[in-house]
Design a protein around this ligand. Structure first.
Ligand code: 9MR
Length: 621
């Protein structure tokens, strides 16, 4: 990859008004007097994760009037401290004492917690003051998550391949011509050959979403992402709140077509996933190609429509085929009321994929296949079999699929829902969540057990959070590549437990997870672009590459960064983050793809949670 100079941004540039001063003062105190750590030009660099923070850490976007409202204070004090909630005018709206929480294992920070949940009055520009230190300003309002609900979902329209991104929908900065639609210099994706030896024909695999900051399209990552969007709609429908995701709620070309917009978005990907199926009459018919991407890595920036690399299909895999079976079966169930013909087609594809996977249960995508795109390697596919069987059973009620569910070791295993959570490689939880929430013909005692496993996992996440200074449903050992999506996925388990039981503590756990993502963390940083006082804005992306080329945009609002990764798996992270505590192994630099990329499987759970959090609830008792 070509190298580019890193843009160093003075941390105070991202702050406004009184916070800039407060923040620099706080940083001075925290660092023992020197607020401005030396950077490239004598100024602090964007690379310094400790630069310009306040010790009073809040959800910088704000809090819901009826939700928990807690902040974390970094302090070595061994006695409680007085906190004050101040309104925009400076008046004290509430006051109390912190609780000493002790060392937060994942960050190493000495912490107290301030709880101002009892204050329910809406307002903007509140500040929490503790020991002379001010938090970032934040709002308290019922519509707090409305914007994020649509922005996090709009991410998928931005990521569409094979269609122009329309300025009238996204604004001029984000508009671009169609990428990979067979127009030079693009060499895909309308007639894509296989890698040598894999097949001797070409396939039309246009469309879908680009995976991330690269232009690859990977079936196993498309699978979990589309599942989450469709599940978000299905959940909202059960809760009676689906209109918020309905037709004409989003700025997408399909608005006004009578189909819920979130399903239109999902269909863009489902159509692509179905194009990845090996056609009838060919070797391995019914299987899905694992992925399609450039023959060699392109540089960054590279606009999609200017990618000159040859595109190639990589050999079919069992995991990809089961992702296709699972999501096409879910499509059949959820699209039925809106487009029965499409639902029927989805079911037929799902059945074919299932049969093909059963006939070829051990075709694994190798880790070594990582030139020009990610490997998405996985040699454990029994979980994918369980997920696909669960979806096919929920869609059809047929005995053969039920038998595949009940005979799977995953049906009773505690490992389906783990403390670190599900992800693109570990998908048994998706089957479990479907069986827990969608009416099905399993015996009542079995359904009770399945549901109890979801609430037990959610209680486990709450217990994890209770021991932390910055409550987050992730153990200290869980800060891997894309850790923020492990947080979101565990929060989804808690939200599902809330739907199953109505118990408030699960919703509180979801909202505190959002607090972590939106600034209540050791970096005092929101990982969601455009949300909060200081937020990630230089995520790794070939088009939203403003850090490298000022004529290109930053990521659009609602883009979730991958988050802390203690593995330091890229050169920028290795250069700047050596010795970091796990929760601090993050840098808002476009070069740090292992801590700071954006990806469809990270934004999909964010969109799921934002839709959940945006729902108005009857007032708490
Ligand atoms: O999210 C993936 C992570 O779990 C893996 O550890 C990592 C390395 O294989 O790859 C991540 O996925 C990347 C993919 O391979 C290519 N597109 C960008 C993805 C996010 O960084």
């Amino acid at each position: 990859m070509p190298t580019f100079p890193h843009v160093h941004r003075h941390p105070s540039e991202r702050r406004t008004g009184r916070r800039a001063t407060a923040v620099l003062l706080a940083a001075a105190l925290l660092t023992g007097g020197l607020a401005l750590a030396p950077g490239a030009a004598g100024a602090p660099s964007a690379a310094d994760p400790a630069a310009a923070t306040t010790p009073v850490r809040v959800n910088q976007a704000g809090y819901l009037p009826d939700g928990p409202k807690r902040a974390t204070v970094v302090t070595a004090a061994d006695q409680p401290l007085v906190w004050q909630l101040r309104s925009a005018s400076g008046a004290v709206a509430a006051a109390g004492r912190t609780v000493v929480r002790g060392t937060d294992t994942a960050s190493g920070d000495a912490t107290h917690v301030a709880d101002f949940s009892a204050h329910r009055k809406a307002g903007s520009e509140y500040v929490l003051v503790v020991d002379g230190q001010s938090s970032a300003p934040f709002d308290i309002r019922a519509d707090l998550y409305d914007g994020l609900r649509s922005d996090s979902l709009a991410f998928f329209y931005h990521q569409r391949s094979g269609t122009p991104i329309d300025a009238s929908l996204v604004g001029p900065a984000y508009a671009r011509p169609a990428g990979h639609l067979g127009v030079a210099p693009n060499q895909g994706d309308t007639r894509v050959p296989c890698q040598a030896g894999v097949c001797d024909y070409e396939q039309d695999v246009r469309g879908g979403w680009y995976d991330a900051g690269d232009h690859g399209k990977y079936v196993v990552n498309g699978g979990i992402s589309v599942w989450l969007l469709v599940d978000s709609f299905a959940r909202a429908k059960r809760a009676g709140t689906a209109s918020a995701l309905g037709d004409s709620t989003q700025r997408i070309p399909e608005r006004g077509n009578g189909v819920p917009d979130i399903l239109d978005e999902a269909r863009w990907e489902l159509d692509f996933l179905m194009r990845m199926q090996v056609p009838k009459g060919k070797p391995l018919a019914g299987m899905a190609f694992h992925k399609i991407h450039d023959a060699a890595w392109t540089g960054i920036p590279t606009r999609p429509e200017l990618d000159p690399q040859p595109r190639e299909l990589h050999r079919p895999s069992t995991a990809a085929t089961l992702n296709l079976a699972a999501t096409a079966a879910q499509c059949a169930r959820v699209f039925r009321p809106y487009d029965p013909a499409y639902a029927k087609r989805c079911l037929s594809v799902a059945r074919t994929a299932w049969t093909a996977a059963r006939a070829n249960p051990g075709l694994y995508a190798p880790e070594s296949d990582s030139t020009g795109g990610g490997p998405y390697n996985d040699t454990q596919v029994t979980d994918d079999f369980y997920w696909a069987a669960s979806e096919l059973y929920a869609a059809t009620g047929e005995r053969a699929y039920r038998d595949a569910v009940t005979s799977s070791p995953w049906h009773t295993s505690d490992s389906a829902l783990t403390p670190t959570g599900f992800n693109w490689a570990d998908t048994a939880a998706l089957g479990r969540l479907t069986l827990a929430t969608v009416p099905n013909g399993l015996p009542a005692s079995d359904i009770r057990r399945v549901r109890a496993s979801v609430t037990a996992a959610a209680d486990g996440h709450l217990a994890t959070m209770a021991g932390q200074g910055y409550p987050v449903p992730l153990p200290a050992g869980g800060y891997v590549w894309g850790s923020n999506s492990q947080v979101t996925n565990n929060a989804i388990v808690m939200a599902t437990a809330h739907a199953l039981t109505g118990r408030q503590r699960y919703r509180d756990g979801v909202l505190e997870s959002m607090d972590y993502l939106l600034g209540r963390n050791t970096l005092d940083l929101s990982y969601v672009t455009g949300y909060g006082d200081a937020y990630a804005r230089n995520q790794h992306h070939r088009f939203w590459a403003n850090q490298y080329d000022a004529s290109l945009p930053n990521p659009p609002a609602g883009s979730l960064a991958g988050g802390p990764n203690s593995g330091l798996q890229d050169p920028v992270a290795q250069e700047h983050l050596a010795g970091c505590a796990p929760a601090a192994c993050y840098i808002d630099d476009i070069g740090s793809y292992s801590t700071n990329e954006v990806t469809i499987n990270w934004n999909a759970p964010l969109a799921w949670l934002a839709a959940f959090a945006a729902e108005r609830r009857p007032s708490r008792t």
